[in-house]
Design a protein around this ligand. Sequence first.
Ligand code: GLC
Length: 796
Amino acid sequence: MHVTDAHVEPHRLRLSGRHAVLEVSCPLPGVLRLRHAPVSSEIGFLHPELPGKRSWSVIAEEGHPLKVERDGERARVTAEGVSLEVDVESGTWRFQDAQGRELARCVEVSGEVQAAYPMSRHRARMKLRAPEGERYLGFGEKVGPLDKRGMHFTFWNTDVVPHHPDTDPLYQSIPFFVGLRGGVAWGFFLDESWRSEVDVALADASRVAWESWGPELDCYLFAGPMPADVVRRYAALTGRPPLPPLWSLGAQQSRWGYENAQDIRGVIQGYRQRNLPLDCVYLDIDYMDGYKVWTWDSARYPDPAGLVREAAAQGVRLVPIIDPALKLEPGWNVYEDAKARDYLVRYDRGGVLVGEVWPKPAVFPDLTRPEVQRWWGGLHRDFVALGMAGFWNDMNEPSCFGVQPDVGILTLTSERAEGIGQVEGKTLPYDARHGEKRHLEVHNVYALGMAKGAFEGLRELRPEARPFLLTRAGFAGIQRYSAVWTGDNSSHWTQLETSLPMLMGLGLAAVAHTGVDIPGFIGRANGELLVRWMQTGTFYPLMRNHAGKGTSPQEPWRFGEPYLTLARAALERRYRLLPTLYTLMHEASETGIAPLRPLLMEAPGDPEAAGAFDQFLFGRDLLVAPVVRPGQTKRLAYLPAGAWLEWPGLERTGEVREGGQHVIADGPLDTVPVWLRAGGAVALTRPAMHTTDANWQHLEWHVHAAPEIHGRLYEDAGDGYGESRLTELRGGVTAGVLRLERSEMGTLTRARTEEKIRVYGLTSVRKVTGARAHHFEDGVLELQVAADWTRLDVAP
Ligand code: GLC
């Protein structure tokens, strides 16, 4: 890049050539930020400097000091825990960790710009070396296995219906991956909201090639060495997911096609009459008056507040759908207000852009601008007052079925650059105006802005409650505000299997609260698919049954027996698991590490574990290999190193198997293959019809005895920001003697009326101290403990 100027500040190194600039800084320990502007018309020729840039994703401030050494053609930057060697001629670099291991190498940076009206055409490109055997995991919500080597992706939030196992792009754009080679992990995040693409060693097996349609490549490099370290650093940079309210982890029911309040009552009754747990019902678009958001069709829903109360009496919350597009209806206050405030997206030539979504014609609030986000947040006021528990944000790519031709007056020039006015997918044209910016730059962050506005609005309107949002579209950082579901899937077995790497990909990007439509949005499910999907969904952080308009009903009782009984068992299992799931969600809020994790999180050096994507870890201690194919009653599962106790469906126990091998698991229709790791301890409670609080009255620890045992439990009121308590269970078996100790932190008063500990893996039990009662049979020791127990000893 022919460096003409090297500028060193304590926190930043800037190398600039005639047209190219590279800036290096260190926002967090183990993380480097590199801004590459390979060719930029926006920077002056004499003192090239990068213009200030606002990130939608990054929340960490820059500011760890850098040490810069210059040696002829090389500059070496050292910061906390990482270093970068830059070839000042080419602008390429090598990224190393504190041990001097090369984690990543950039081998080419290039770009081009064609000045044109109304938008210059930019391309900024970077190629990373893709060493043989290196895996590229994640990329958020993308199809394919978890390791994306050999695939190509576009980051352009897209409404696709139906989507298939090979559809790309989908609704979310998260240009972040975890690299894994020889058991050592590192990470790469391209913080560009512009449309971008990545070729993951497909066109050239030795390169990962990024291309952004913006003027630069603003990227972040993360050191490991463990995958969890990379995720933790990424979450520190882009934000951790807040702990959702407990009720949102309960069972959820939805359908596009519940016509009115009577249907909503009916579905709640349907659950209760059959003793099926349920916490939440969604209201899809038909509640609105003419698809106008923030309105009610008063014939279908004469008394929304009354309906909220009726549902609450059954322990059920209501969550309405909110789409961003506003009906263009003169006189309607939301539209008039948005127009008067100049909050609407415009055509290139300046007029308000008119398209169509469910409302026709429709206009789009410019949710990429902070003032519009604040206004949008405030619009939740009336629905919050009615008692709506959360909000479901949809069509926020933004989806637009058609854009009306601009009838505005031709003002500046009729010569328009290539691609201008072009629409990619069902959305707005590339050149649509968002204040000073164009759609091409901010398309991917539209939903993030919507979620930010909603989240912050809800924090103000209902400060005592934790916001619950569910979104379809998003970008890196969406985890700070919202849960995510993967959009319009189908009732096909392949999509059940695909859901696992998709949710794990989101999880690696710190998007912890995720799920997919069970048992598929489009198409027709059968009882077997429903049951298998619910068994898998027991472990989705968000468990929602949803269906598209015109599909046959698919609530849990719609397929008769034995499916209803099996569906109930899956729901009950979900509620039994809530102490563990809630604790894992709390862990995610502190670390960014999602409950549903790939095996490689715990076994990065094991190639079989790293390649596994149709099975997963639930937390650290549970391994789940659900049956995701029709007609099968057994499946192959891989157990990483360690000893694993078969714990099918969390109900009975089977054999202990040594890890580091494949096993054939039994999985008849009533069984979900699950294993509990040796040393693992997970907390369960009794099944219930709905959640109440997360200060569990009935608690059951399940412990797989080993030399070292560790378990955790986080408890609080289940919502709000009040008192909490964190319990740590520690101990182990030494010379045949099992010792367990409990310690607690936090001020929440215990609500326990019953606590049991089930210990697996002991061969004999002679004397127990510290328990009220015990019973040993078939290798299972069951202990009843007092609410204030602190220590237990079991002698053989
Ligand atoms: C979109 C959503 C779907 C919803 C439908 C109607 O297709 O993805 O979940 O039911 O719109 O609102």
